[in-house]
Ligand binder design. Sequence first.
Ligand SMILES: C[S@@+](CC[C@H](N)C(=O)[O-])C[C@H]1O[C@@H](n2cnc3c(N)ncnc32)[C@H](O)[C@@H]1O
Length: 282
Amino acid sequence: MAENDSARRGGTVPAGVDIERSSVARLYDWLLGGSHNFASDRELGRRLVRAEPNARQIVRENRDFLGRSVRYLLDQGIRQFLDLGSGIPTQENVHQIVQKVAPGARVVYVDNDPSAVAHSRHILAGNPDAAAVHADMRHSGEVMGHPTTRGLLDFSRPIGLLMVTVLHFVPDADEPHAMVARYRDAVVPGSYLAISHATHEAAPRAAADVEQLYRSTARASAHTRSHEEISGFFAGFELVEPGLVYIPLWHPEGDPHPNPEQMWFYAGVGRLDQRSRPVSRT
Ligand SMILES: C[S@@+](CC[C@H](N)C(=O)[O-])C[C@H]1O[C@@H](n2cnc3c(N)ncnc32)[C@H](O)[C@@H]1O
């Protein structure tokens, strides 16, 4: 409570944030070694590390994949990015990677966590080519129709869709595959989709423990999925080499982790091309 009071007095708590309950965004920030988190997040983080001692390394692997996939998309000529479930800005944020290589390239961050959006807006102040939208990615029409999104992204040109470490927070009941298909159908051929997603296949017990822990977070529960289910998110996209693989194995920039399955996330990047676009039933 003392932290709550002092944080509010110091004006560091954005409206709508309940710091007594942990949030996915702030927990991830803590795991990455960031400082935008509160006691509730750190407590959950410590429990999570007890359940999965590799947790901190897993989130770093995810963050590294985000960077590698963005650099890959830049190499393919992508100059605009829609980063869904973008999180609390830490080092090597998408707009920093992108704008270093391609000044003028555009980035829209989307998150449903008010802390994440407030921190993003803070660091993006004065940047005309990047902005943060406070929205739930499940509401794809709201996200893509948002004036900020429309103001920065040109949907008649290829877009890099980033769904990194976020789809496992969308339960099956919310039809995540249909949701991804709505984003796919809104972008033109030549666009790309990058995904990393937790799986239970390599470490079923740890995955079950972590899912249980997430049920106590403020905004989300976590849903690990199989290789087949995660591959299904790429319907209509052509997976680029090496396909959907354990995260350290996707375009490693050094020696990958010797036991990639211990990082129990799959990662992949797909390219939308005209011939592979299915008829949408959503
Ligand atoms: C684990 S963080 C990942 C951050 C970043 N993508 C990365 O890989 O470094 C997941 C983020 O997704 C956000 N999130 C979860 N469900 C969401 C939803 N339905 N819509 C928008 N954001 C969501 C959380 O608030 C959190 O900031």
